[in-house]
Design a binder for this molecule. Structure first.
Ligand code: SF4
Length: 255
């Protein structure tokens, strides 16, 4: 299989091989505040914003401000944030920065929905970085992640077959990963596990990013089952559960 200068499989070669992934809530007020940096007068469609504990990724357990942008072009069958599909309030980036300042936390995650559907997501990430925040962006992996500032940490899904959205994965994103990014597989079945295992090996994902995350779909597969498969295969991935669903009731919003 052709490889790049780092010895990793090229996107084209891998593609061919495979195809023969409440703490405190704050009221959202439509607003346009004065700017302190270019782009802060732009607006985003915001579903909710709150301070909580990071429930996933290598950042798990850390206090984190969540900025949930509205809308998603996918319909994963197990989606737990369907309330973000529609609506949302138009809020200026300046107003979001102001609310972040009130929450006294330096770690921020921009999530959705699919945040990259809104081009202003890039301006929001840039403004947060300029204000000194560590910025995580959780994305479905179906839209180009190259548009984000290099300093933003991408937590990128690759949609497994049982999600119903596997054909939407943007495989060019794999070459855009950096060593501070993370790739997540949400697994609902043995078939999803085998697909994920193949992707991890074919693209040599552990060499391309900070963490490869395997998560079970709650109520669809036992966590211990995936753990046992990982151990059986000596797979170099990080198993994770959604911590916030153990701290608060599983369906609770704003956590
Ligand atoms: S990409 Fe995320 S928000 Fe969109 S349908 Fe899938 S799980 Fe839900």
């Amino acid at each position: 299989m052709p490889r790049n200068e780092a010895g990793q499989p090229t996107i084209k070669s891998a593609f061919v091989a495979i195809h023969g992934a409440a703490a405190h809530t704050f009221e959202v007020m439509p607003d346009t505040l004065a700017t302190h940096s270019e782009g802060t007068q732009k607006t985003v469609r915001l579903t909710e914003m709150f301070l909580s504990i990071q429930g996933e990724s290598s950042w798990v357990g850390r206090p984190c401000i969540f900025i949930r942008l509205a809308r998603c072009h996918l319909r994963c069958v197990w989606c737990d944030t369907t309330y973000a599909f529609y609506g949302g309030e138009k809020v200026s980036i300046g107003e979001i920065l102001r609310k972040c300042g009130e929450m006294d936390c330096r770690l921020v995650e921009i999530t959705g929905g699919e945040p990259l559907l809104q081009p202003e997501c890039v301006d929001l990430a840039q403004a947060l970085l300029e204000d000194g925040y560590t910025v995580l962006v959780e994305t479905s992996g179906t839209l180009p992640i190259r548009v984000l500032p290099a300093e933003a940490i991408k937590i990128m899904d690759l949609k497994c077959p049982d999600s119903g959205e596997c054909d939407k994965n943007d495989w060019s994103n794999i070459d855009a990963l950096t060593m501070h990014d993370e790739v997540k597989f949400v697994i609902a079945s043995r078939g999803d596990y085998e697909w994920s295992r193949q992707i991890v090996k074919t693209y040599d994902l552990p060499s391309r990013c900070n963490a490869v995350l395997f998560s079970p779909v709650s109520d669809m597969i036992e966590a211990v089952q995936i753990v046992q498969w990982i151990l059986d295969d000596s797979l170099d991935v990080r198993f994770q559960l959604q911590l916030h669903k153990f701290i608060w009731p599983p369906g609770q919003k704003g956590v």
